[in-house]
Design a protein. Structure first.
Length: 144
């Protein structure tokens, strides 16, 4: 996964000078729609415990997409960026755990925010496929 990670470059955005320049910088930083804001090695944190899982936690997202929700309700930032976990299951397969964005953002009761959640579902599905995984059928799980 290391080759495909795109750590967020805060300096590029904070020195951009305009929102249009931020959008351009993020387009370069997030070619697949997402940037990595945080990486936490869960395996190291629980070393020595009875747990045998191998796992890494990430905060990933795109603040230019999040802004399209934030402008309507700042509390959306409770769910943005997305909190994800990549772990190895008992059979040795790599798994991704993440809450479905459309379900989280639909809970705000604002169709403008819910629409962005559906967009994030699509970006997440595309990323899973790009990484060689099989994205779940999300349409059947969406609210409404």
């Amino acid at each position: 996964m290391g080759r495909r990670e795109h750590p967020h470059d805060l300096e590029a955005c904070s020195s951009a000078g305009s929102w249009a320049a931020v959008l351009a910088a993020v387009e370069v930083q997030a070619p697949n729609g997402f940037m990595r804001y945080y990486r936490g090695d869960v395996t190291s944190v629980v070393a020595g415990s009875p747990s045998r899982w191998k796992a890494t936690q990430y905060l990933m997202g795109n603040h230019t997409i999040a802004e399209t929700m934030f402008r309507h309700d700042p509390s959306v930032m409770v769910y943005a960026p997305l909190r994800t976990l990549i772990y190895e299951d008992p059979a040795g397969r790599t798994r991704l755990a993440v809450d479905q964005p459309s379900l989280q953002f639909a809970s705000f009761g604002d169709p403008r925010i819910a629409e962005v959640g559906v967009r994030l579902d699509a970006l997440l599905s595309r990323l899973i496929a790009l990484l060689g995984g099989e994205p779940p059928e999300l349409a059947a799980l969406r609210p409404g």
